[in-house]
Ligand binder design. Sequence first.
Ligand code: HEM
Length: 208
Amino acid sequence: QNNLPNTFTDAETGIVFNSWGIPNGSPQSQGGWTFGMALPSNALSTDATEFIGYLECASKDAAGWCGFSLAGPMTNSLLITAWPHEDTVYTTLRYAGGYAMPDKYAGNAEITQIRSSQNSTHFSLVFRCKNCLQWDHNGSTGGASTSGGFLVLGWVQAFPSPGNPTCPDQITLEQHDNGMGIWGAVLDENVANPSYTAWAAQATKTVT
Ligand code: HEM
């Protein structure tokens, strides 16, 4: 897992991300795992409340799920889970008090999608995550501060598909089986972009 970010431009949308990941072919996770983040232009001086995320995750024949933790650990952090089903990539916001099936997140965070794609080995999603950088799950609070230029994030990947895949509030999961970890993600000046507002306005698709 790289700590210093790569800078990566999504070809289809032109959105510029800081990105971190597990390379395809690494022993930690079959197929690799990539996460990118784009932030509002002032996010390195004033804590942002939202971000645009890029996820590229391994899947086998359109099965599997992946996700990340916005504080690092699985527990007491806002968790984002994504999976492909038919031609849609679904997401759910979750929160876990322990190492068991996470609850549906009770706060006001919201994901809207900019684009998604899938092939036989991977799926990807570009999405806006509003109110995702500070959280309150029934009084359990926390956050990820962008102004410090450094985040601690967690990654996770699994090959079995969720149960109830077309109903994000009611999915069932088995414990992840294709790698997990925590890493320190340094943010550089490319993460905060004056085009953020225009990019975020493209996030018009709600998948529920
Ligand atoms: C770690 C169980 C779902 C993110 C772990 C560990 C267990 C576990 C037992 C610790 C394993 C070890 O240290 O060897 C489960 C079960 C789940 C589930 C039973 C569902 C039924 C999720 C989801 C996410 C997630 C949905 C995020 C979207 C993580 C992360 C770690 C982790 C980032 C590594 C960091 C840490 O140890 O806290 N999980 N998990 N998990 N899990 Fe989960």
